[in-house]
Write a protein that binds this ligand. Sequence first.
Ligand code: S3P
Length: 433
Amino acid sequence: MVSCAADVEIQPAPSFRGRFRLSGDKSLSHRLALFAALAHGRTRLDNFGTSADNASTLACLQALGAGVHREGGAVEVEGRGFEGLRDPGADLDCGNSGSTLRMLAGVLAGRPFRSVLTGDASLRRRPVERVALPLRLMGARAESTDGRPPLVIEGGPLRAIRYDQKIASAQVKTAVLLAGLQAEGRTTVSEPELSRDHTERLLPVFGVPVLREGLAVSLDGGARLRAPAERLEVPGDASSAAFLLVAALVLPDSEVRVENVLLNATRTAFLDVLREMGAALDVEVTQNEPEPVGTVTARTSALRGVTVRPELVPSLIDEVPILAVAAARAEGTFRLTGAAELRVKESDRLAALAEGLSRLGASVEELPDGLVIQGGRPLRGAEVRAHDDHRIAMSLAVAGLCASGVTRIEGAECASVSFPEFYGYLAQGTGRG
Ligand code: S3P
């Protein structure tokens, strides 16, 4: 479990500069570890994510009987197929990680034992019916506690379904597809907008054919996953990169280069929005398959507010907190709607942002499904709260860099849920490292 207790003090910074290579993307690391555990054979994953969330996934896989060895930045996973998973004999602790809990639910729905998926206080407040419902339709017994974890699953034989998601969720899409691999027949999941498509891109790396038609993804039950012959390198975390890039955009005399970073379009809509806001960003793609990877450079920019198109929201959902900081530093009005999902992330992110940025002096209006930010007001240091949410902590830290006076973030250490190196890199980039 991650302790979110320690506070952090942020001093104003004159500039932010540096060259960074980040630890493996969190979404990719979860999936690669999971697929490797379900595959036959040994998979080596280089630059595996250092996030506490990824450690939660590895711990759960180990409890389920997969061989997991971590050495430096690499992880080796020895899988024995779906059939190799065994009754963990105790609750599976997913820590703070919604992805771990929801994606594992899809695996466990087809296993012939009872499992209990749970996590820390923040995770136990988050909705899980969205994943329990389709798994029940497929024949599993899945019971939540008033719609939240612990989620108790009694797995067994599954039937294939076509499931049309009302809200785009990559975690639910993945869970249904993983259950579908254990079902008889073809399982299809569709979504109203495209959510991150890593599962669709990475299952074929493990030998599983995936069919994509518009916003629908299908696969056939019974396909066997096999470990790839070559070691896989996980590209740097796209969401972590966003904090460093925005720090460079909003501080004077700044330049940041992030190399070997994931550039999947279902994750990089924040770059498009920042560009529209006037950001000086250079993107160089160095690899396209199975996931686009490259280098992004950001330089100090005069930003202006924009209206974010709601259909882009799933592709920038995790970057809204740091985009809000960019908006507070921009001239004019920034408007975001269609983002009610932010209320059920690690915290109610709309409320947490409105509270934190307002305390720092920004003008933020909270909408039921979004935010309106009037930019350009000077920020001043204040006491703010992370709300047990890594991305709120890191966003307020970047805002603190451009405030006058000291910003104290209560519970800021929870940044390690996704980006343990964050405060070290912040010190490095501001010349205090
Ligand atoms: C994730 C999907 C997103 C995102 C989360 C990670 C994933 O949630 O917010 O941080 O790795 O699949 P949804 O399942 O709501 O798309």
